[in-house]
Design a protein around this ligand. Structure first.
Ligand code: MSP
Length: 506
């Protein structure tokens, strides 16, 4: 049995989920669905990062206790994922008692091992990013991703000896070229590791921040939010001694945005190393979504598209498809209403929807809605059959690299090939001639089988619409990834016509 473990970022629940969150979660979900379809035992994890200053501040502004505030927002994230067809196997909450136990145990182990010490700390602190920052990172006095400049803080903190793991981390990156993908992010981290990275402050005095997991040996401090949050990748697996941890952790892949690259490399790799946990298998790093104006989507600029509203307007599957096709993973790119509409109208309605509509309507018209049995295959049919046989492994290879847009593109190329086949085999002409009845059966069967193959290959991207299509094709046994050509649609069974993707007028 092959085990696979995919995680999304564990989101701060200080607001409703936005398109950036949806981008990461939809990618993780689609990868998980592909790997599951290919036969692996997959665990998909998402969750809520509920502690820390950011949440405490947002709760205060909302005049609510942090726990109630975080609870409410964690639920709205769970609802949003259901609406976006993101189906995690586990939803971790950093306020869960099981998680807190793991964090306490890890802190105690590291403290006993001499990896943690107490010292006075003075530095610049970014509340937006929940971490101390260095002068070097600032542009015009603040972090580019923050609205407000960092504040000067001096306080006693517990420190984790992160610097002591730097040489090891550097070697790990050199020895494991595909640990961080795409490569530009690996290079960025390698550059960071060339110079001292210092030790990591991992606690906050309780009089300043009480909303966190207490340091087990010192009630005056609570655990720093990142130290707490990163461990939520292992706590739901029952770290350290449960079978899920042994099975799934060696195949761990984290999906994150480039804004949290540093925490997922310097912090997390050194923490796991100190704890004796093997490093994750891969870090998939995305770029940022930009609004129609080409600037990073943000609430203050008001240039974002709300993912739930977009799902209502264009359909959840068109949104998922657009997210992977429009912005190549790892790069920045624009998501606007206009691009979603264009993807829906062109790729989904004109290419795929049209292929389905005309194939099914011809079966209804010429064969009383029954799937015909194919006769002898000609060269044009064979070309499609050969392509269909090669697609699953080509798609999977791209999925492994998180190139989901290119994987879907390959399938859409096949759709174009099928549309060209309709034109060149001209079933409407064959239908006029009784002598061509056998050939018409074969052509129609080839189209239906091709559509069945497409519905299997795109099911992870558009589960709702592809299940609907399978229903229309009379395929009742669910998506079958490795079903050979001829094992999809059943001759004699009934098909149904329909419009899969209604077009939207601008
Ligand atoms: N709580 C931390 C993560 C802890 S992981 C152990 C956090 N949460 S967050 O709510 O701020 O979500 C961050 C993630 O949301 C980013 O890494 C990224 O994946 C996604 N995005 C947020 N804004 C984004 C864009 N504008 N574009 C693309 N993704 C971005 O950080």
């Amino acid at each position: 049995m092959t085990y696979r473990y995919i995680t999304t970022p564990i989101y701060y629940v200080n607001d409703r989920p936005h398109m950036g969150h949806a981008y990461a979660s939809v990618h993780a979900d689609i990868m998980a669905r592909y790997l599951r379809a290919a036969g692996a035992r997959v665990m998909l994890l998402t969750g809520a990062d509920e502690h820390g200053e950011k949440i405490a501040k947002a709760a205060m502004q909302a005049n609510e206790a942090p726990r109630a505030f975080a609870e409410r927002h964690a639920q709205s994230f769970q609802q949003a994922w259901r609406r976006l067809s993101v189906e995690p196997d586990r939803f971790v909450r950093t306020t869960a008692p099981d998680h807190a136990r793991v964090v306490s145990a890890c802190l105690t182990r590291l403290y006993d091992a001499g990896e943690i010490y107490l010292a006075d700390y003075e530095g610049l602190y970014s509340v937006g990013q929940e971490r101390f920052v260095t002068e070097k990172e600032l542009v015009d006095g603040k972090l580019p991703e923050d609205k407000e400049p960092p504040v000067v803080r001096r306080e006693p903190n517990y420190f984790f000896r992160m610097e002591a793991h730097r040489a090891w981390m550097r070697q790990l990156l050199l020895d494991t070229p595909d640990l961080i993908q795409p490569a530009q992010y690996r290079n960025e981290v390698l550059r960071l590791l060339e110079e001292p990275i210092g030790d990591l402050s991992i606690s906050r005095p309780v009089q300043r921040l009480a909303w966190g997991i207490p340091i087990p040996w010192d009630a005056q401090h609570v655990t720093y939010v990142w130290f707490d949050a990163l461990l939520s990748y292992v706590s739901p697996l029952g770290y350290p001694d449960q079978a899920d941890f042994a099975d799934f952790w060696p195949a761990a892949r984290h999906v994150i945005g480039k804004d949290i690259l540093r925490t997922h490399t310097l912090f997390w790799l050194s923490m796991t190393h100190a704890l004796g946990i093997a490093p994750y298998q891969r870090l998939h790093v995305s770029g940022h979504l930009l609004g129609a104006d080409g600037r990073k989507m943000s609430k203050s600029l008001g240039n974002g598209v709300d993912p739930l509203a977009a799902a209502d307007t264009y359909g959840v599957d068109a949104l998922r498809y657009t997210l992977i096709r429009e912005v190549s993973f790892g790069f920045d790119g624009i998501i606007s209403e206009a691009v979603i509409e264009q993807r829906l109208n062109r790729d989904l309605a004109d290419d795929l929807g049209n292929l389905a509509a005309r194939s099914l309507s011809m079966v209804v018209k010429y064969r009383g809605a029954r799937v015909p049995a194919p006769g002898r295959h000609e060269a044009a049919d064979e070309a499609l059959i050969t392509r269909a046989a090669a697609l699953p492994s080509a798609v999977l290879a791209l999925v492994e690299e998180m190139k989901l847009g290119r994987a879907a593109e390959q399938v859409m190329e096949f759709v174009k090939q099928l549309n060209a086949y309709v034109a060149s085999s001209a079933p409407w002409t064959l239908a006029k001639d009784a002598q061509s009845a056998g050939r018409l059966d074969t052509v129609l069967h080839t189209l239906l089988e091709g559509l069945c193959c497409v519905s299997n290959l795109l099911h992870p991207v558009m589960p709702g619409k592809m299940s609907e299509l399978q229903g229309w094709l009379g395929v009742t046994d669910g998506p079958g990834w490795h079903r050979a050509w001829g094992d999809g649609v059943k001759p004699g069974s009934l098909v149904k016509e329909g419009i899969l993707f209604p077009k939207r007028a601008a």
